[in-house]
Design a protein around this ligand. Structure first.
Ligand code: NAI
Ligand code: MG
Length: 358
C-alpha cells in the first residue's frame, strides 16, 4: 500500500504530521512518500504541481493531501497559483466523485450555531460530481450578443452539460455508498428549468432500478438548500452535479460546528483517491500550533476505508476521535466553556493514545 503524502502550505504541514503519526500507530506496513505541492512546490521548483509530485501521486494507491494556498501568491499568474495543483491532480487522476460527509459529533452539538435538536446525530453524505457541469462545459467566453435581451451588448456565457456516462458513474457511486449506510439517495437537480438536469434526473432514475434495495427520491436544488437548513437529518446520501454540490456541501459544513472537523475524499474509477480536509491552508493561524488536525485525521480514515480496504483500521481511528472528544479535549476552533483547550500536537497525541489503548 503506497501513500503519497502532500502536506502543502500553511497549516497543511502541521495537520498532516498528526495524521501521519496516527497512521503509523496502526502498524499496517504503509509505504509513505512525501512531496512538495502548492506554494511550497512553487518556491522550490517554480510550479505548484511539479512532474515528480504528479508522478508520485499517480503511482500511489492514495494521496493524503493537506491544503495549499497563501494570500502572498494572489498576484501570480493563474497557472502558478497553488490552488491549480488541486485542479491538476483531479484532472490527471480522473477524480470524478467527491465525498463530503457532514457529521455532527454528539460532543460538538453546542459548537454549531444551529439549534441542538436540528443537528444532534446528523450524519449525511454529499456525493458531488467533480469533472463536469457548467464549470467545464464548452463553449464559454465573452462576445457581442447577436440576440437575447440586449443584442449588440457585451455578454458572457458558460455551458452546462452532462453526458450519460458521467451521470451513470456518479449515480452508481452514490447508490453503492447508500448501501453501506441508511439505503436512501436524494438526487438534487433543477429539472423544472434545466434540460441538463432533466436528463440527470432521467439517468439517475434508470441507474436506481439496479438498486431496488435503495430508496431514491428527487429534489430541486432550491428546496434542498432549504431542507438542509430546516431538517438536515432527513437526508442520508445526496447526489448532485458539480455546481449544486459545491454550494450545498459548504452549506452542510456549517451544520457540523467547525470546518476543522470535516474530511473529504475524491475518487476515480479504480478507487484511487485524494483525501483532504475540507478547509484550506488557514494562513491566519499557520505556524501557531493551534489548527484542528481532526479533519485530516478523519480524511486518513476515509482513505483506509475507500482506497486501501482497511475498514477495521478506519473504524479504530473514527472511534478514537469520538473518545477524545468525549474526554473534553478541544482545539480552539471547537472549544467551549467547560472543555480543555489543546494544541494541534496535543490533539494528535490524544488520538494516538486512544488508538493504542484499543
Ligand atoms: P480556510 O479554510 O483556510 O480558513 C477559513 C477559516 O477557518 C480561517 O479563519 C481559518 O483559521 C479557519 N480554519 C480552517 N481550517 C482550520 C483548522 N483545521 N483548525 C482551525 N481553524 C481552521 O479558508 P480561506 O481563509 O478562505 O483560504 C485560505 C487559503 O486556503 C487560500 O489561499 C485558499 O485559496 C486556500 N484554500 C485551499 C483549499 C485546499 O487546499 N483544498 C480549500 C480552500 C481554500
Ligand atoms: Mg466550495
Amino acid at each position: 500500500m503506497k501513500i503519497a503524502v502532500l502536506p502543502g502550505d500553511g497549516i497543511g504541514t502541521e495537520i498532516v504530521a498528526e495524521a501521519i503519526r496516527v497512521l503509523n500507530v496502526l502498524d499496517l506496513n504503509f509505504e509513505m512518500e512525501t512531496a512538495l505541492v502548492g506554494g511550497a512546490a512553487y518556491e522550490a521548483h517554480g510550479h505548484p504541481l511539479p512532474e515528480a509530485t504528479l508522478k508520485l501521486a499517480k503511482e500511489a494507491d492514495a494521496v493524503l493531501f493537506g491544503a495549499v494556498g497563501d494570500w502572498k501568491y494572489d498576484k501570480l499568474e493563474r497557472q502558478f497559483r497553488p490552488e491549480q495543483a488541486i485542479l491538476g491532480l483531479r484532472k490527471n487522476l480522473g477524480l470524478f466523485a467527491n465525498f463530503r460527509p457532514a457529521i455532527c459529533y454528539e460532543q460538538l452539538v453546542g459548537a454549531s450555531s444551529l439549534k441542538p435538536e436540528l443537528v444532534a446525530g446528523l450524519d449525511i453524505l454529499i456525493v458531488r460530481e467533480l469533472t463536469g457541469d457548467i464549470y467545464f462545459g464548452q463553449p464559454r467566453g465573452r462576445r457581442t450578443a447577436v440576440d437575447g435581451h440586449f443584442p449588440g451588448a457585451e455578454e458572457a456565457f458558460d455551458t452546462m452539460r452532462y453526458s450519460r456516462p458521467e451521470i451513470e458513474r456518479i449515480a452508481h457511486v452514490a447508490f453503492q455508498a447508500a448501501r453501506k449506510r441508511d439505503k436512501r439517495v436524494t438526487s438534487v437537480d433543477k429539472a423544472n428549468v434545466l434540460e441538463t438536469f432533466q436528463f440527470w434526473k432521467d439517468v439517475v432514475t434508470e441507474v436506481g432500478k439496479e438498486y431496488p434495495d435503495v430508496a431514491l427520491d428527487h429534489m430541486y436544488v432550491d428546496n434542498a438548500a432549504m431542507q438542509l437548513v430546516k431538517a438536515p437529518k432527513k437526508f442520508d446520501v445526496i447526489v448532485t452535479g458539480n455546481m449544486f454540490g459545491d454550494i450545498l456541501s459548504d452549506a452542510a459544513a456549517m451544520l457540523t460546528g467547525s470546518i476543522g472537523m470535516l474530511p473529504s475524499a475524491s475518487l476515480n474509477a479504480s478507487n484511487q483517491g485524494l483525501y483532504e480536509p475540507s478547509h484550506g491552508s488557514a494562513p491566519d493561524i499557520a505556524g501557531k500550533g493551534i489548527a484542528n488536525p481532526l479533519a485530516t485525521i478523519l480524511s486518513a480514515a476515509m482513505m483506509l476505508r475507500f482506497s486501501l480496504n482497511q475498514t477495521e483500521a478506519a473504524d479504530r481511528i473514527e472511534s478514537a476521535v469520538k473518545q477524545v472528544l468525549a474526554s473534553g479535549l478541544r482545539t480552539s476552533d471547537i472549544w467551549s466553556a467547560g472543555t480543555t483547550k489543546v494544541s494541534t500536537i496535543e490533539m494528535g497525541d490524544a488520538v494516538v493514545a486512544a488508538i493504542t489503548k484499543t
